[in-house]
Design a protein around this ligand. Sequence first.
Ligand SMILES: NC(=O)c1ccc[n+]([C@@H]2O[C@H](COP(=O)([O-])OP(=O)(O)OC[C@H]3O[C@@H](n4cnc5c(N)ncnc54)[C@H](O)[C@@H]3O)[C@@H](O)[C@H]2O)c1
Length: 345
Amino acid sequence: MRKLNFGIIGCGRIAYKHAEAIKKNEKANLLCVCDVVEERAVEYKNKYGAEAHYIDYHEMLEHPGLDVVNICTPSGLHAEMGIAAAKAGKHVIVEKPMALSLKDADDLINACEENGVKLAVCFQNRFNPPVQKLRRALEDGRFGKLTHASAVIRWFRPQDYYDQAPWRGTWAMDGGCLMNQSIHNIDLLQWMMGPVESVFGHTATNLRKIEAEDVGVAVLKFKNGSLGVIEASTTIYPENLEETLNIFGEKGTVVLGGIAVNKIETWKFADSKEEHGDMEQHQQEVSNVYGFGHNALMDDFIQVVNNDKIPFINGKEGRKALEIILAVYRSVRTGNKVRFLDKSM
Ligand SMILES: NC(=O)c1ccc[n+]([C@@H]2O[C@H](COP(=O)([O-])OP(=O)(O)OC[C@H]3O[C@@H](n4cnc5c(N)ncnc54)[C@H](O)[C@@H]3O)[C@@H](O)[C@H]2O)c1
């Protein structure tokens, strides 16, 4: 398998998960890094042993031998950077959300398809062992008829978090706790429950001084007839409390919790197939809400590029949670339930 050369754009809070995942993988090499703040790019270059640093990402795209670009910049820049990378013939790993509008998401997907490059979206929690185990249980039909589900993020982001990087919490570059934080759990909710029929939401900006919401709730109806609830907040005092996914069916109940869906809280099925010790194997201790999924995502992507396969979380998969959140925002603006077209999702 060929070793791939990576370049990171945006050397901020999340980029280290990419740099470390690249460093850990023997089939990956961090070739170059880019940040408009030069000291950040230099720090990453030195810390992770990259060959070069840039302050203009267009110049980085011309670096000889670059294969893959990891986009870790403010969300409102993802689509244009991904499209430029695709046009330069580079494969793209983009942080969530892949874009802030469906048009931008589609333009990015199309640019990657037209230029024959791979696109993966960082919903790294899909790789969490408890989440993978839950997905297998669903695929095996162990729940029987699904009745309802909920996705809850009760996290703490102080005003400082927003003030450190002025793009955070703005409509143009970010969105609120639904678009930034809860998108991971909304992605898992729809991955488990399937396409959405309709959404109704409320949001509020109750504690933080930001444009977008710091609390959001929504109710959903899925196309399979089951119901869903989303609760999201970055206002929980005094620290991150939980990211929990609850799935309920005729013959099964699963609650995944911990601070970032890394623990099995409840696992009950009528078929009782689990062996002794099976639950413990799927628990995961994490030191922060990012977990370990970036390593698995990198591994998947390298296999995909080398063997011309489809990424586990490709552009079309990455778009689904975005579509739900934009529908919640539309519901809040109009005061109405938003129905999904049959062809959407
Ligand atoms: N997958 C996850 O769990 C996870 C976690 C945190 C953040 N994220 C996502 O990662 C992205 C970045 O978030 P963050 O918290 O690391 O942000 P950040 O503000 O800490 O870092 C962003 C970096 O991008 C740089 N930048 C801005 N414009 C640029 C440009 N034109 N060219 C090059 N560099 C530029 C900034 O200088 C900054 O260093 C966001 O989209 C966010 O939603 C994902």
